[in-house]
Structure formats: C-alpha cells, structure tokens
Design a protein around this ligand. Structure first.
Ligand SMILES: Nc1ncnc2c1ncn2[C@@H]1O[C@H](COP(=O)(O)OP(=O)(O)O)[C@@H](O)[C@H]1O
Ligand code: SF4
Ligand SMILES: [Mg+2]
Length: 361
C-alpha cells in the first residue's frame, strides 16, 4: 500500500521558515528555492524497528524487544540534505538500514519514488537499490583490503550491470577518482596505501559509481581528523550540487551537520524529538534535548560557555529495551513535570516547518 500525506509530520515547509527583512543568507535562499519547487523523494512514515530479544537455546522464545526505532516520520525533498543527529544508540544507523532494507522494518512505510520499500518484492527492491547508496563511517573497515581501489569502485557497476563493458568501467573509475579529488593512478593501489581521508573519497566514488539519487552518509566523516572532515563535507556538497543528489546525513554531533544540511532531525531513544530547518534549529532550539546537545558543542567565548553549562544533560541514555514511560526523555529532562512520565508528547509543528515533541513548551 502507498499513501500520500497532506500534513505528514516532519514534512518540509512549503516556504522557508526563517527569513530576515534585510536579505537572506545563501543557504536560506537555497532552502527556499529547494523547498518550494522540489518534489518529495523519500517519505518515512511512522517507521518502527523493534528487534526481538529471545531466550532459550533449543526453543527460543521472544521475551522482550529492543525498540531501536519507535515511530519516526520525516520527508526529504529531491536535492535536499536532512541531518539525523543524536547520541550513540538512539537508532540512526537502524533508520538507514531500514531504508536500505538491510533490516525489514517492524511497521510503518518508506515511500521512495512512490514505492513502499517495506513491501517491495525482492526483484523490484534490487532494481531500486542502485538508486539508494550508502557511505559508511569507517573507511578502514568498509573497503576490502584485498581489492585494488579500481576494483572496489567498479564493483557496484558490475553488480547492477550499469557498465557491462570492462573498458567503459575503467573509464568511469578514472572519471570518479578525478571527481572525488584523487589521482587516477590510485586505481592500482590497495586501501592500506591510502590515508583515512583518501579512503573516504574512495567510499564516496564507489557510492557514486552507479549514479544514485539518494545517498545515506552514516557517520561518514566521524572517524576523520577535523581538517579532513571539512574537505569531505565540501566534496559532498559539490557532488550534491553537481548531480542533484539527496542525502540523509547521519552524525552524533550537531556541530558537523550545520554546514551541509538544509534541515536537521534530532533523535533520542528511537524517536525524533525535533525537526527544523538548519538555521532555525541552531538559532531557536526548542526541545530541551536539542538545547542540551547544542550546549555540548564548544564555543570559543567563555562567557557564553558559562551561561550554557546548566543545559548539559545529565545521566545515561536509558535502554531501548525498556524505555521510560510517557516522554522517553523525562528522566533526564530539566523541564520535566509530573505528567511527562504519563503522556507521550505529540510531534507538533510549533513554527512553520519546526516540529517538536514536547508537551510542556
Ligand atoms: N540487530 C540488532 N539486534 C538487536 N538490537 C540492535 C540491533 N541493531 C541495533 N540494535 C540496537 O538498537 C539500538 C540503536 O542502534 P543504532 O541504530 O546502531 O544506533 P546509532 O546508530 O544511533 O548509534 C541500540 O540499542 C542497538 O544496540
Ligand atoms: S514532554 Fe516533558 S520530559 Fe519531555 S521534553 Fe517536554 S518537558 Fe521534557
Ligand atoms: Mg550508528
């Protein structure tokens, strides 16, 4: 079944939410153009991934569920980059794996180009896989150490039969290496002969080789040095603009998504707690968890640091096997009231395009 949602939670606004009287920033203008004209490429509706926990070796029985993703919704328009941010274990990778159908979601819908990925048969899904690629966090372990760089980049073209001819594949490898800022001579080298930043460029070239429309970047820059992170973000931005790519950019840290993303969704314990355009989220964070995440991003001004220190969230993230009742953030929330432990907050659009799951603000 496929469905079109008129007021989908987490939908991109019909016009830019943030505008200044005296001129807009380039990203605001870009965001406005994009959100007004671009069609939706992917819509995730009430997605759940509950992993069963079993007991008993001979006759395993399900005794609990890990609620890795617990009812999230968002839309990404063509050419848009959505950041998905939250602490480790909140369900970011699982969300990406459900979209790639490496996990079969427990419930919900993932509409891509009008197809519900959860219900597609294997053959149709394999055909669509070419359009959805992934770049992983760890460029050290995601490249096969026994394959040459040229073979690694050519492999998806062979799997999806996009370039059946060997010479055409070799020409495309050269083109992709150049596009990703690498010397074509690297085609004959092995991953261990390259630096972390160069390997991540190879990961990007491999993802691009089959001309995808949508790329999931799962912590794609987290393992790199800060100076290299900036270069890879610039490369991703250039490639997005050149090929009209759409990204889901997963990161555990809000500071790295600001430059690249048009909108950002903040995840906590399997749920999206806030979603807004990037500048709006940074300038006007509403959810106490987003405020705490932003307070953890260091700023050079010691006075500002002191004022923000009280917002830093205390304690550990609870287990997704036994999440807190009501608002899952209530045991750590500085604004929590008695009712927060009882009622699950609705995901509400409090300003245009700015969605928040908190019943107190
Ligand atoms: N295959 C699995 N079986 C059981 N639990 C899983 C599985 N994959 C992930 N999880 C759990 O789901 C939660 C979310 O994991 P993940 O999506 O990797 O988080 P993130 O990418 O945000 O760090 C974690 O508690 C993790 O242990
Ligand atoms: S609903 Fe309550 S516990 Fe949840 S974020 Fe809002 S104030 Fe905090
Ligand atoms: Mg992860």
């Amino acid at each position: 079944m496929t469905a079109a949602y008129v007021t989908e939670p987490g939908a991109a606004p019909a016009r830019a939410a943030v505008r200044s009287e005296d001129g807009t920033s380039p990203r605001e203008r870009d965001t406005e153009r994009r959100t007004v004209t671009a069609p939706d490429l992917i819509t995730v509706h009430d997605l759940k991934m509950h992993f069963p926990v079993t007991e008993g070796a001979l006759v395993p029985r399900v005794v609990a569920h890990v609620k890795a993703v617990d009812g999230i919704s968002f839309t990404i328009r063509k050419g848009e980059t959505l950041g998905l941010v939250g602490e480790s274990g909140c369900g970011k990778t699982t969300t990406g794996r459900c979209i790639l159908r490496l996990e079969l979601a427990t419930a919900g819908e993932i509409l891509f180009d009008g197809n519900n990925l959860i219900e597609l048969d294997r053959k149709s899904m394999n055909a669509l896989r070419q359009k959805i690629q992934v770049i992983f966090q760890d460029p050290y372990s995601s490249l096969n150490p026994r394959m040459k760089i040229g073979e690694i980049i050519a492999e998806p073209m062979q799997v999806h039969r996009t370039e059946p001819d060997r010479a055409a594949r070799a020409a495309r490898v050269t083109e992709l290496l150049r596009l990703c800022g690498l010397d074509p001579k690297f085609a004959d080298r092995y991953p261990h002969e390259m630096s972390g930043g160069q390997r991540q460029r190879v990961g990007i070239a491999r993802a691009l080789s089959v001309r995808p429309e949508f790329i999931i970047c799962d912590e794609a820059i987290s393992a790199l040095d800060v100076s290299i992170q900036a270069q890879i973000i610039n490369l991703l931005e250039d490639l997005r603009d050149e090929f009209n790519l759409t990204y889901l950019f997963i990161a555990h840290d809000l500071s790295v998504v600001r430059h690249l993303c048009h909108r950002v969704a903040v995840m906590y314990l399997g749920k999206i707690v806030e979603l807004a355009e990037c500048d709006e989220l940074y300038n006007n964070p509403m959810h106490p968890y987003t405020q705490a995440l932003l307070a953890a991003v260091p700023v050079p001004d010691p006075e500002v640091e002191r004022r923000r220190a009280h917002q830093i969230v205390k304690g550990e993230v609870p287990s997704p096997m036994n999440p807190p009742s009501g608002c899952v953030f209530h045991p750590r929330c500085r604004l929590a009231v008695e009712d927060c432990a009882r009622a699950v907050p609705e995901f509400r659009e409090l300003r245009l395009g700015h969605w928040v799951a908190c019943s107190v603000i």
